[in-house]
Design a protein around this ligand. Structure first.
Ligand code: GDG
Length: 736
């Protein structure tokens, strides 16, 4: 039976060593609760760091730790103190975290930390590789493990891998500043499915992939040579029932059964019945904007002084990453701010800010959510922000107001909240004013639809959606439009090849026999390719035709002295068995004078593009342009050309990053048909990667073996992944 392997930096249980021995306490964060349904559902294993460094684990306790983790379906990755410092406190939290949250000035680029990050990611990947079996599904989590998908893929190409990023993915302009940006992208692209909280993060990621790796992206799919990677957004939900039910249970508690915290909150409420509680809950992190919120609170009291003694701000700041200097500085800043404001504004009966710097038990969290009239959550940048969702879930009488930052991922789904820009104090002060005075009916009207959505798209649904999408993606990968040329089919093909009397091979050049280069003139054949073609040519019963859109001068230069046949410019010219090129089709080129200036105007306005002048066609190349811009210009050019060539016998071909204009009666299909009509062939083979090859696939007789390079929609019968596989296949022909 296949299993699910979940992998994250931290495990869903925390280990603690105390006098009483070893204790495993369930973690409370969003990731841990979110994945619970996947983890407990059927067979699954969760791999992560236990939270204790090798140095912290006392001798002889190793076995006990493993046993304790095993009881929770977990298995640990061992990390030394040095590794935790470089990988977690270093690269993860001093480079990626600030950069991905747009705090560029906090981001440190330390080679040594990057090297430890790589090495630790390899450790996590190895831990997966040790246990992964063929049908297993692997789900990798978050920014600490971005290299793991590729590391696993390298060893286990067929395994199913999903990745989810819990933090924002920044815009290309930010991401490009990372010295190891390509390595990170390649690491992530080891996955079959990459998930983000919002569409914005998704499009930022796709933009970086196109710009930095030059990969083809169509809609939300990234085309690699051998696979397609799907990218999608899955806004993470919460365990709605758990929060809602806990709030209901709390509301039924009798006096005396309540927690100390709840009793204190009640006492204050009773003494000032009209006073409002504002609630702020976050990990103590600079991305959460806690200091800014406190300043905005002061501003609010200046703008609306009538609320002095009538409002109280309760801040719960949960200690986090206290070994990172920025966090230590922030802690100091907040301590001082709270001290100053309370010192300046407090009265005998009123302390404006109640500040807790600690983690509270779950029940206290519920007490805070249910006792506060207004949740004020205004991160400067936040991947999602689950606290906002939890607050709404606990409002069992649907009262309460949520003031939420536009910069939190959850703002996309919580439109009914009061959405504010965390940098706009004026707007914040007015939102607080509006919240204090919001009629109960309006509060209910805003909260009901949010509760419904949160209940429906809960965390279990989120996890299941991701897993389902991963499974579908994997299936599609294998049942592509054409069938992958399997080992068995290749063996049959070789038998047919051996048996055949006369054989003919049509081989496209760019993207099939040789890779693309930014400058097409640099894609000349390497010696391995030339040897391969020479070997094939030696077979007396085989006719090979290189069939390309290239111009004849380039091929004459590249294949000087070669004896195999070549058809160029899509079928205008032919050179047979070492003879010079001759016209195969009678075509005109007087139309070029009209079209060339149009293309030139596109070159002028599209940096990086250029015109290739062929004898009977003109091609506008845009491989080196900004990918989005180039694509936009290509569609524009198509529109312009359609009206311009309406009365000419011309057609426009949209190839791989090239728009080519040529005579309509010339194409590779027509040329290939002419070749096979001259002799009786009992083995016809055609292989190519782009649109122009589709003419061959379409026109050649049914029994022809047609093969597409790459996984795209095609008329070909089969596909192979990449140039390496094409050459391997041809090598097998030579051995017959
Ligand atoms: C990252 C992303 C994204 C908080 N204080 C206490 C406590 N919590 C629980 C909350 C909530 C979780 O911790 C915090 O989740 P957030 O989403 O608000 O924020 P991050 O920790 O920064 O999480 C974030 C998330 O990953 C999930 O993808 O939403 O954007 O930054 O569940 O309830 N729980 C207890 N005591 C506390 O004092 N028991």
């Amino acid at each position: 039976m296949s299993k699910t392997i979940i992998i994250s930096n931290r495990l869903p249980v925390q280990l603690q060593i105390s006098d009483g021995g070893l204790q495993a306490i369930p973690s409370v964060g969003g990731l841990a609760t979110g994945m619970k349904s996947v983890h407990s559902d059927g067979e699954s294993l969760w791999i992560g760091w236990s939270g204790l460094t090798d140095e912290e684990i006392p001798d002889g306790l190793e076995g006990e730790i493993d046993k304790a983790l095993e009881a929770h379906g977990c298995s640990k990755v061992r990390l030394t103190k040095k590794e935790v410092n470089g990988f977690y406190f270093g690269f993860s939290n001093r480079t990626v975290w600030p950069l991905f949250h747009y705090f560029m000035e906090y981001s440190e680029f330390e080679l040594s930390n990057w090297e430890i990050y790589e090495a630790v990611n390899q450790k996590f990947a190895n831990a997966i590789l040790e246990v992964a079996e063929e049908d297993d599904v692997i789900w990798v989590h978050d920014y600490q493990l971005m290299l793991v998908p590729e590391m696993v893929r390298k060893q286990r190409p067929e395994v199913s891998i999903g990745f989810f990023l819990h933090i924002p993915f920044p815009s290309y302009e930010i991401f490009r500043t990372l010295p190891w940006r390509r390595e990170v992208l390649r690491g992530l692209l080891g996955s079959d499915l990459i998930g983000f909280h919002t569409y914005d993060y998704e499009r930022h990621f796709l933009s970086s992939v196109r710009r930095l790796l030059g990969l083809e992206v169509s809609f939300n799919e990234i085309h690699l040579e051998e696979r397609i990677v799907k990218v999608d957004s899955f806004p993470m939900g919460i365990d709605y029932k758990k929060f809602h039910q806990a709030a209901l249970d709390h509301s039924k508690l009798k006096a005396g059964e309540e927690s100390d915290l709840k009793r204190r909150l009640n006492t204050h409420k009773a003494s000032t019945p009209n006073a409002k509680f504002f609630l702020s809950i976050d990990r103590l992190d600079y991305t959460k904007g806690i200091a800014k919120r406190i300043n905005a609170f002061e501003y609010f009291l200046q703008k609306y002084p009538e609320y002095k003694e009538k409002v109280r701000l309760i801040i719960l700041a949960v200690p986090s990453r206290s070994k990172v200097p920025q966090y230590q500085k922030l802690k100091k800043e907040i301590d001082e701010l709270v001290g100053r404001i309370n010192g300046e504004l407090s009265t005998v009966s009123w302390t404006p800010i109640w500040y807790f710097y600690r983690s509270l038990p779950f029940d206290n969290l519920i007490d805070l959510y249910t006792s506060c009239d207004i949740a004020w959550l205004t991160p400067i940048r936040d991947g999602m922000n689950l606290v906002a969702k939890e607050y709404i879930a606990t409002r069992t009488d649907q009262s309460g107001v949520l003031i939420l930052s536009e910069m939190a991922g959850s703002a996309n789904e919580m439109n009914e909240a009061l959405l504010i820009n965390p940098n706009n104090f004026e707007q914040i002060a007015d939102a607080l004013h509006q919240a204090i005075n919001m009629p109960k009916e309006e509060q209910v009207a805003r909260n009901v639809p949010m509760q419904k959505r949160l209940e429906r798209y809960n965390v279990e649904k989120w996890a299941n959606d991701f897993m389902d999408s991963l499974k579908v993606q994997k299936k599609q990968d294998f049942s592509f439009v054409a069938r992958r040329l399997s080992v068995d089919q290749t063996n049959t093909l070789m038998k047919d090849y051996r048996k055949a009397g006369n054989r003919i091979l049509f081989l496209d050049y760019d993207g099939t026999l040789a890779g693309f280069k930014n400058d097409p003139q640099k894609a000349s054949p390497d010696s391995e390719l030339l040897d391969l073609l020479d070997e094939l040519h030696k077979q007396t019963r085989t006719d090979i035709f290189l069939i390309s859109g290239r111009d004849k001068d380039t091929f004459t230069r590249w294949f000087e002295g070669k004896q195999y046949s070549m058809i160029v410019e899509h079928g205008v010219w032919i050179a047979e068995k070492g003879e010079p090129f001759q016209l195969l089709e009678n075509v005109k080129n007087d139309w070029m004078a009209k079209i060339r200036p149009v293309l030139e105007s596109f070159v002028d306005r599209t940096p990086g593009s250029f015109i290739e002048d062929k004898n009977y066609s003109l091609a506008w190349h845009y491989r080196s342009t900004d990918p989005d811009f180039g694509q936009k210009r290509a569609s524009e050019l198509n529109t312009v050309l359609t009206s311009l060539i309406a009365n000419d016998d011309l057609s426009v071909l949209n190839g791989n990053k090239v728009v080519e204009i040529k005579s309509s009666n010339v194409n590779k299909g027509r040329a290939a048909l002419r070749m096979i009509s001259r002799k009786s062939y009992d083995f016809i083979f055609a292989i190519g990667d782009d649109w122009t090859d589709e003419f061959m696939f379409q026109d050649l007789p049914k029994e022809a073996i047609t093969v597409k390079v790459g996984r795209m929609k095609t008329q070909a019968r089969y596909y192979v992944d990449g140039i390496g596989n094409v050459r391997e296949l041809l090598k097998r022909f030579t051995s017959i």
